[in-house]
Design a protein around this ligand. Structure first.
Ligand SMILES: [Zn+2]
Length: 214
């Protein structure tokens, strides 16, 4: 594939390695709505869909709004012995902000807030102009490549699971209520899973490269 190809290591034009089993395929043009599958293990390699760009951009924008809610609204309300405390994710991160635990604060902030937000922003930047049928933004290719490389590092999902596990342990000691932010996080995870399934990376790269050159 062309310079921006990251779906797999490319060995030539349109040659794509299956992400699951590494079998090499020559992926020609897959018609809209069809699926190109790996001949060995059946993993979907290409699944171009009409209007996919628009949906990806809309879902990324939705995620970004949800992230703002998730960070600033109360995440948890804890009641024990007549005392009630509300706390947001930002409060939780800042609680570790002195001395030796400062690196922990920075890591938490980076993995659950900064990197996911940056990734969503880059996706919108790279794909929104194309969703509208315009010429891609300047440096859309490196922007989308960066968004793709950030994918394993955006850990909002893991954070939600971690919080859920911790709450099961605290549940016996205090009364807990989930705040708006918790549900925003849950929605965020669902929207992200939806978006990842929707994104046919091969098609996006091809479209990006074609339109960037023209
Ligand atoms: Zn395969």
């Amino acid at each position: 594939m062309m310079a921006g190809m990251t779906v797999a290591d490319s060995a030539g034009p349109d040659l794509v390695a299956c992400p699951t089993c590494d079998a090499l395929h020559r992926v020609g043009s897959v018609p809209l709505g069809a699926r190109g599958r790996c001949s060995r293990c059946g993993t979907v390699l290409a699944a171009p869909r009409a209007g996919a760009m628009t949906r990806i951009v809309m879902l990324a924008a939705t995620s970004l709004v949800l992230m703002v809610a998730a960070v600033f609204f109360p995440f948890l309300e804890i009641s024990a012995g007549g005392m009630t405390r509300k706390s947001s994710v930002l409060d939780a991160a800042l609680a570790f902000s002195d001395g030796l635990t400062l690196p922990l604060t920075l890591a938490v902030a980076a993995f659950i807030i900064v990197l996911p937000a940056l990734r969503l922003g880059l996706i919108i930047y790279a794909l929104a102009p194309m969703a509208l049928g315009w010429h891609p933004a300047r440096r859309a290719v490196p922007a989308f490549r960066l968004a793709e490389s950030l994918r394993p590092w955006a850990m909002a999902e893991i954070f939600v699971i971690g919080v859920a596990v911790a709450l099961v342990k605290v549940g016996g000691l205090a009364t807990l209520h989930f705040g708006v932010a918790f549900w925003a996080f849950v929605l965020l995870v669902l929207v992200n899973v939806l978006n990842d399934n929707f994104m046919c990376r091969l098609t996006i790269w091809r479209t990006l490269e074609q339109r960037s050159r023209s």
